[in-house]
Design a protein around this ligand. Structure first.
Ligand SMILES: [Zn+2]
Length: 419
């Protein structure tokens, strides 16, 4: 037996692009770096992956199993893969293009930026375009996409308040109607669904979602604080992109002189049971708003999202937000999406690792907490925290090799290296 001579075949991250790891599902040992657990760092710890699962997490490096591939972290980090609960597209494609090719291209693009699971997110569009989106989402859920795993849909548009629709097209914005949404819900692949709670039919929609185990989001809403309070009893547990496309004291005051009252923003900050998310690209929100969100919600109730459109990894210029047929033209410029008149933001253009780096750099929040807001917290929001979202024995081996500058060097989805 000559096994001992080859059993610890070391491959440096630089060689990774020429060799697919774990194609025959050998155990993998990650060593010689800092392991980022959900609540602490393990400097010089090690992690053993067997098959598609994390098998062992050790505080100190030890011997590798005889047949293991050893991956040298080279003094960098091993991070849990990121989970993005609000993402529209990338690499030139939008999930609303409604084809398997578009879905796969977006999943591959976001994996390069550290996302290993995501919720394809709809935009405002016509009925048949939502049906096409849901058809593909159902077909690809939990399947190998060649990149990030699809956990289920974030059904986001079209039930928005017209005045809060942001960069979404105006014509197809509508209130929820049962015959229509029953068709959407019957696809049985929606993880979370958004509605502006002040719309007629919002209560029935949220209750129908809750009955099917779908999490309720409030978003693109002009609701008052009182309407948000009621919406919590109908099933709203999460609020889309805090501070963006939502009512607040100042906006509500335009319609009523006194007494001043709170809106979606104040309700989101006030109610501890509501989780929320920030687009942490450094363009949507200045440092103080990230710090305010973090101070009040904390890392277990605040998630990072990219809200990324199809312009990820693409040059500056005009792009269609949403479906090519009927979407709004926006511009990629200065590291963000903006409307053509240049007056409003129109979603993000960067991946999750950029959001992690930006949040960490701007706020000084410890790395472990920032990583948790991009992994375990959104996994919980997506109802998947028992299976993924952190480095723990038994969980899916969704792992990122990062260097000390927080650049993604290697990505593993279910223990398989994603080139
Ligand atoms: Zn969005």
């Amino acid at each position: 037996m000559r096994r001992s001579k080859v059993r610890h075949h070391r491959i440096s991250p630089g060689e990774a692009n020429v060799q697919a790891y774990n194609s025959n599902m050998k155990p993998i040992l990650f060593t010689n770096g800092t392991i980022l657990l959900a609540d602490r760092e393990l400097p010089l710890g090690q992690v053993l992956v067997v098959g598609d699962r994390i098998d062992q997490v050790e505080a100190r490096a030890g011997a590798a199993p005889a047949d293991a591939e050893v991956i040298d972290l080279a003094g960098g980090y091993l991070s849990p893969g990121f989970v993005d609960v609000h993402v529209h597209g990338g690499a030139g494609h939008d999930f609303m293009d409604g084809t398997e090719a578009a879905f796969r291209a977006v999943c591959v693009a976001h994996a390069r930026h550290g996302t290993t699971s995501l919720l394809p997110t709809t935009t405002v569009a016509r009925h048949e375009q939502h049906l096409a989106f849901l058809e593909v989402c159902r077909a690809l859920r939990d399947r190998d996409t060649g990149g990030a795993r699809i956990l289920g849909a974030h059904f986001y548009g079209p039930y928005f308040a017209r005045e809060m629709r942001g960069c979404h097209p105006g014509d197809p914005v509508r209130a929820p109607l049962e015959p229509e949404y029953e068709q959407y819900l019957s696809f049985d692949c929606i993880t979370r669904a958004t509605v502006a709670p002040e719309l007629p039919g919002a209560e029935a929609f949220l209750r129908a979602c809750r009955a099917r185990g779908i999490g309720g989001n409030a978003g693109h809403s002009h609701a008052t604080f009182e309407q948000m309070e009621a919406a919590r009893t109908w099933g709203v547990t999460h609020v889309d992109h805090l501070f963006c496309a939502m009512s607040d004291r100042a906006r509500l005051r335009i319609e009523q002189t006194y007494p001043m009252r709170g809106g979606v923003m104040e309700a989101t900050l006030f109610f501890d049971d509501l989780t929320t998310e920030v687009i942490a690209d450094g363009k949507h929100l200045q440092r103080e708003l990230l710090l305010l969100a973090y101070k009040i919600k904390g890392p277990d109730r605040l998630a990072l999202v990219t809200d990324c459109n199809r312009a990820l990894d693409m040059p500056d210029g005009p792009y269609v937000f949403g479906p090519t047929d009927g979407g709004e033209t926006i511009l990629r410029q200065d590291g963000v999406g903006i409307t053509r008149d240049g007056k409003s933001l129109a979603s993000g253009v960067v991946g999750m690792i950029e959001c992690v780096r930006t949040f960490h750099r701007l706020t000084g929040v410890p790395l472990v907490a920032v990583i948790r807001m991009a992994s375990l917290t959104p996994a919980r929001i997506a109802g998947a925290e028992r299976d993924l979202g952190s480095i723990a024995p038994g969980k899916r081996a969704d792992l990122l090799v990062l260097d000390r500058g927080l650049n993604v060097k290697q990505v593993f989805v279910s223990g398989t290296w994603v080139p």
